[in-house]
Design a protein. Structure first.
Length: 129
């Protein structure tokens, strides 16, 4: 693994930990828990959707492609541009979630989401507007 990828990963993890710590120190334990568990909850959620026979294969392929795109260091808009660098990731997530849930709807999301309702509401807004 190239050194720059490892350093980038460590920086992202450090920023994530700092955000969780700031929420804890400000007395917002519920928000801190939601943020700390959001990425793991998303990974469990995608795993559940991929294992679900009710989700059509073409929608599973879209989810896998989304995960690969998000994990890839190559983006349409490079992430080192503050603000707009993450815009392509956010748009890709919204588009794929809308496509993935077109058949199952909100019930599929509510049944499979492993985390708290506050973070599920965030994913629901991204998927359904």
């Amino acid at each position: 693994m190239p050194t720059w990828i490892l350093i980038s990963l460590l920086v992202v993890i450090a920023i994530y930990a700092i955000l969780v710590a700031v929420l804890l120190l400000s007395g917002r334990r519920t928000d801190a828990r939601a943020l700390a568990g959001f990425i793991p909850d998303c990974l469990v959620f995608v795993k559940r959707l991929l294992a679900d026979p009710a989700v059509p294969r073409r929608r599973k392929v879209a989810l896998v492609l989304l995960v690969l795109y998000l994990a890839s260091p190559i983006d349409l808009i490079p992430d080192f541009f503050p603000g707009i660098g993450q815009l392509d990731d956010a748009l890709a997530i919204a588009i794929v979630l809308r496509y993935a849930f077109r058949g199952g709807g909100r019930e599929l999301l509510r049944e499979r989401w492993p985390g708290p309702d506050s973070s599920r509401a965030l994913v629901e807004r991204a998927a359904f507007g």
